[in-house]
Design a protein around this ligand. Structure first.
Ligand SMILES: *Cc1c(COP(=O)(O)O)cnc(C)c1O
Length: 388
């Protein structure tokens, strides 16, 4: 059998067996609607409460500050639209960055159409925002700052502590899209002065289609989904009980293993980066060392179209991602890589390898052999690289 190596944990993860095991009874035996009052429903209601406690514990929030959503995108939409609409009498100015996930970026663009003003903070060559830029962007109409915890493409971890401190001092609501951070690196919403935080279960070995928004007690926010009184009348819709239970178990496991797993993955990451940097015309995209997500590698290889490289690796059973996105038939370079100041051509030459729980040292060693070979082969057909 041909081997398969999954290198796209930033896109999604598998469900861990222990997580699936906890979910199973809530898909079959305990199917009662949590809003009903008979026994099989009391079971489901209790399971939701336990999961809520676990999720709160994973980020040092309180149980009554966790609200379940249909995933990370919904949490981002809710945070940004909900705060914008609840504060529109106070101001119409929102600050975010040029490297956000589309769930944040396109939500901000939508609000722009409705008359909100958005500042997109620039980032440096490693992907960090500048704290002075943030301070200078705040005006008396600013109602929200939304800066991602860690970037999904380049793995850069933003200075969340500093951002939280400034926002709290100025009395501005601070939201962070922590979808890539939760379960991978330590998060403390209290110590970091975070008001809202987005979570998605399928990025840390839980099921897809379930997430949460942390909303600090006292923060005023409008609803995104109107209907029944679920989630203390803040998010309507019958709860995804099995999903919620799975997410609870997944965050518990992630927090237990976090330190070991982060150390293990950082070592593999640095080893792989070191080898790939020996390839002529290669460049690392994003931050170096501690300020990078443990499992993230993002590199550009001059003259190598990222999409084609991904397809060639696919043929070898290696599943990775390129930074570019296919929009309207044309390959567009990633807005994140462009924001780093990388020329459009080199931005299209990018490859993201994201490692996780199933990644082994042996797999990484195989990549260290196969990727340089594949690139060398690729360049044989290219005049410019023929002699190198
Ligand atoms: C995956 C991801 C999202 C979207 O989450 P979904 O659960 O897929 O909707 C948002 N932000 C970041 C940073 C992500 O990596």
């Amino acid at each position: 059998m041909e081997r398969e190596i999954y290198m796209d944990y930033a896109a999604t993860t598998y469900i861990k067996p222990e997580v699936l095991e906890e979910m199973n009874p809530y898909l079959t035996q305990y199917f009662g609607n949590p809003s009903s009052i008979y026994r099989i429903s009391r079971n489901t209601k209790m399971a939701i409460d336990i999961a809520r406690e676990k999720i709160a514990g994973g980020i040092n929030g309180r149980r009554d500050e966790i609200f379940f959503t249909g995933g990370g995108s919904e949490a981002d939409n809710w945070a940004i639209k909900g705060i914008a609409f609840a504060n529109k009498d106070k101001g119409n100015h929102i600050i975010t960055t040029g490297i956000e996930h589309h769930a944040v970026m396109h939500t901000c663009e939508y609000l722009e159409e409705l008359g909100f003003e958005i500042t997109y903070l620039p980032v440096d060559e490693f992907g960090f925002i500048n704290i002075e830029d943030l301070k200078n962007s705040i005006n008396d109409k600013t109602i929200l700052v939304s800066v991602m915890f860690a970037n999904n493409e380049i793995g850069t971890i933003e200075p969340i502590n500093d951002i939280g401190k400034i926002c709290r001092e100025k009395g501005i609501v601070f939201h962070t899209d922590a979808v890539q951070a939760v379960g991978n690196i330590p998060i403390d919403v209290k110590a970091m002065n975070i008001d809202l935080l987005s979570i998605a279960s399928h990025k840390f070995y839980g099921p897809k289609g379930i997430g949460a928004l942390y909303i600090r007690k006292g923060i005023k926010i409008h609803n995104l989904i109107h209907g029944g009184a679920q989630e203390r009348a803040k998010r309507a819709g019958t709860e995804n009980v099995a999903g919620i239970v799975g997410m609870g178990k997944a965050i518990e496991l992630a927090v237990q293993n976090m330190e070991n797993e982060a150390n293990r993955l950082s070592c593999l990451r640095d080893k792989l980066i070191e080898r790939l940097l020996q390839i002529p015309g290669s460049k690392l995209n994003g931050a170096i060392g501690e300020d990078r997500l443990p499992g993230n590698v993002n590199m550009s290889f001059e003259g190598i179209d990222g999409e084609i490289l991904v397809m060639k690796l696919d043929n070898l059973g290696i599943f990775a991602s390129s930074g570019s996105a296919c929009s309207a038939g044309a390959i567009e370079p990633s807005h994140v890589l462009l924001a780093l100041g990388i020329p459009a051509e080199l931005a299209k030459n990018s490859l993201r390898l994201s490692m996780g729980s199933g990644t082994t040292e042996e797999e990484v060693e195989y990549l260290m052999k196969v990727i340089p070979e594949t690139i060398k082969e690729f360049r044989k057909s290219n005049e410019k690289w023929n002699n190198r």
